[in-house]
Design a protein around this ligand. Structure first.
Ligand SMILES: Nc1ncnc2c1ncn2[C@@H]1O[C@H](COP(=O)(O)OP(=O)(O)O)[C@@H](O)[C@H]1O
Ligand SMILES: [Mg+2]
Length: 404
């Protein structure tokens, strides 16, 4: 059975959702954001902020930046920081490999962090604290970060802080309670969706990175992609992956407008009105998604380079028709991972998991996983879980932070 990668002569899935820096496309806004981070490193500024709607490339941009920072820079990377000041200090220290008991006071945490920073300065190191999805930081924790950023010796800052967040972060920073913090922030960049021209370029860039030379995309198809995604990178990836599958089903190397339409429909990007034009296509599409789910699970499991799966195991998954996602387990790779009631970033947080927690995966939906841990059931973002199939090696905890 030929899979779609083979059909299109691709080495890997060109539109995978994991923020892989090998696939980083230097659009004008991403270039600006990277330049602002480089400027921060060479300045005495305390903060840099990057604002962008979901899917505009905040996480991949910071990964790109971290993949090329100088040797003398050390960093902590914190995800989903719905954390009190104490929890945040603890998470930062943990990421730097310093473990304190849960009982220590905020003062103790603060002084431990200060001593660590002074030590690093003596070693000639620069220290960065990066907080992704920082719109989740409570106001009091943001205020505490300002105090932390005041730490300096000989007028040199001991640490610099990068905040990445959705537009709500900027609103928060503009609130009167955080006026003092806002005044400290002179580096603020906004990521936005791509314009039409860059979108076309982006799609071709990712296809060629994945080894393609055979896929043709008609102009009408590009127009439809733009209509449905408005140039949002995450939506482009989701839509293009489905469009490739749709063309594959039809056994053709050309992506037409119709392939985009059916892909958009299956992602519910198409408006419900008068959509009865493609019911057969959708039916076929659903069937194919079902048949190839095993094959897809195969790429996803292999996507993260740091995990090496034994070959016989991956083949078993690939060929097994009865393979179901519900048999999988996973390990939390984020420092703190919010468990939500529903698969949406706006849904209520019902619990938190910590790095290294083992979970059972009940269901997958887009980039969300329904998980179970003991009696707890809820939804978490897939990108913060390492999915195991039994043969997966658990990554070494201390290595995790460099890999994000
Ligand atoms: N500049 C870019 N180059 C390549 N891929 C990108 C770029 N920006 C975003 N993407 C892709 O779009 C998706 C969303 O990016 P991500 O960094 O997760 O966005 P955010 O953190 O803003 O929600 C990912 O699949 C990522 O690989
Ligand atoms: Mg992100």
């Amino acid at each position: 059975m030929m899979d779609f990668l083979e059909f299109f002569n691709l080495k890997e899935n060109p539109f995978k959702l994991t923020p892989d820096v090998d696939f980083f496309y230097m659009s004008s806004v991403h270039q600006e954001a990277l330049a602002s981070l480089e400027y921060l490193l060479n300045s005495e500024e305390g903060f840099a902020v990057i604002i962008g709607e979901p899917g505009t490339g905040k996480t991949i941009t910071i990964r790109k930046f971290l993949s090329q920072i100088p040797e003398n820079v050390e960093y902590a990377y914190i995800l989903f920081p719905n954390l009190s000041p104490e929890e945040l200090f603890m998470a930062i220290l943990e990421d730097f490999g310093i473990h304190l008991s849960d009982k220590v006071s905020k003062n103790k945490l603060f002084s431990t962090l200060r001593d660590f920073l002074i030590q690093k300065r003596k070693e000639g190191k620069k220290v960065l604290v990066i907080i992704d999805e920082a719109q989740n930081l409570p106001v009091e924790t943001l205020e505490e970060l300002r105090i932390l950023s005041n730490l300096e010796t000989d007028k040199e800052k001991l640490l610099q802080i990068i905040l990445l967040g959705q537009p709500e972060l900027e609103e928060k920073l503009n609130s009167s309670e955080l006026r003092q913090l806002r005044q400290r922030i002179s580096i603020l960049t906004r990521l936005s969706n791509l314009d039409y021209r860059e979108m076309v370029d982006y799609i071709n860039y990712r296809l060629s990175k994945a080894g393609n030379s055979t896929i043709r995309i008609t102009e009408k198809a590009y127009k439809a992609i733009y209509k449905y995604t408005q140039g949002n990178l995450r939506l482009i990836n989701l839509l293009m992956e489905r469009a490739l599958m749709s063309a594959f089903v039809e056994n053709k190397h050309q992506i037409d407008k119709e392939n985009i339409e059916s892909a958009a429909e299956s992602l519910a990007l198409r408006k419900e009105t008068g959509n009865k034009k493609y019911p057969v296509l959708i039916g076929i599409f659903a069937l194919v998604v079902f048949i190839f789910a095993g094959g897809f699970a195969y790429f996803y499991l292999n996507e993260e380079k740091e995990v090496s799966y034994k070959k016989e195991n991956t083949e078993k998954i690939n060929n097994s028709k009865t393979y179901t996602i519900s048999k999988k387990n996973g390990i939390v790779i984020a420092n703190i991972l919010n468990v939500r009631e529903n698969p949406s970033i706006n849904s209520k947080i019902i619990n938190k998991l910590r790095k290294g927690d083992k979970i059972e995966i009940v269901e997958e939906a887009g980039d969300w996983l329904k998980i179970q841990k003991g009696t707890l059931q809820g939804w978490v973002k897939k990108e913060f879980v390492k999915i195991n199939n039994g043969a997966a090696k658990e990554t070494n905890k201390s290595d995790n932070r460099k890999e994000l």
